[in-house]
Design a protein around this ligand. Sequence first.
Ligand SMILES: C[S@@+](CC[C@H](N)C(=O)[O-])C[C@H]1O[C@@H](n2cnc3c(N)ncnc32)[C@H](O)[C@@H]1O
Length: 299
Amino acid sequence: MGTVMGTVMAMVTATTGATDRCPMTDDEFKIFRNLVHKECGISLSEARKDFLRTKVEKRLSALNIGSFFQYYKYLTEKNQEEMLIFLDSVTINETYFFRNLPQFEMFGEKVLPDLLERKRRARDYRLHVWSAGCSTGEEAYSIAIQLADAIPDVQLWDVRIIASDISLRCLGLANIGRYCADKLRDVPSKYLSRYFRRDGEHYLVSDSLKKMVTFDYHNLQHENGLENMDVIFCRNVMIYYEIAEQKRLVGRFAKALNHEGYLFLGHAETLQGITTNGDFKFHCWNKGTAYQRLRETHG
Ligand SMILES: C[S@@+](CC[C@H](N)C(=O)[O-])C[C@H]1O[C@@H](n2cnc3c(N)ncnc32)[C@H](O)[C@@H]1O
């Protein structure tokens, strides 16, 4: 805390009365970087200094604020709405339909048959999936396509896909469900005519898919009370977090998942070194990978 205040004071001295902006100093970088980390867990390395500077400068211009420090004060003292805009601006939202196809194949051909068989046997017709860090919605709609495809009597089931993100901008686009062709590059052709409608240069997802997905704001730094999930997709999110945040997040996923439910991570993400107490079992099928929440063995 003392260090942070020291840095803030150094920034005040450096920027008081300044109207022209100087390059972002190391201290200014650190204080914004710490803020991002504290608020949403994203860890920005030194190499991301230009990225962060550009994002902050955009907000300074939009708000006609003269210095990094004034903006820092504005952000942290007064304005929750601006905090949402700022955090949104530092997120990386790259995504597309059926990203990491082997994982979706594993989901459709291995994981879903296993889940559906167990559910039918128990006469439990609920199937709940969480797309955590859903960006503009392509992942959640890809899941919806596979569920609609795998469950012929889907209307008899309580199928829910909850898709959450910290970016309100992305959630707005996800709700609209209108995508350029490039985002559909990996969609298997059998699904194109069934679940999409051409709209000029774009494609609209069908209403039947939209009905299956609920988009909601949620910052993964905080609990959101979701439980009894059968599957969680959290892909290409943890990659931006340090180990301690990853551990906290996976702990929350373990609580939110049903026993024998599945967790899908991005291809560069792993639970190795994150969980040590046998909470999850690793599965590999063709080139797809997933983790399965194990039954509690203690207690
Ligand atoms: C690279 S995208 C991944 C999208 C999709 N899961 C995929 O794999 O294609 C990462 C998403 O995670 C979101 N994100 C990052 N930190 C978050 C947090 N603390 N809470 C909620 N969403 C977060 C970002 O806003 C971004 O949309």
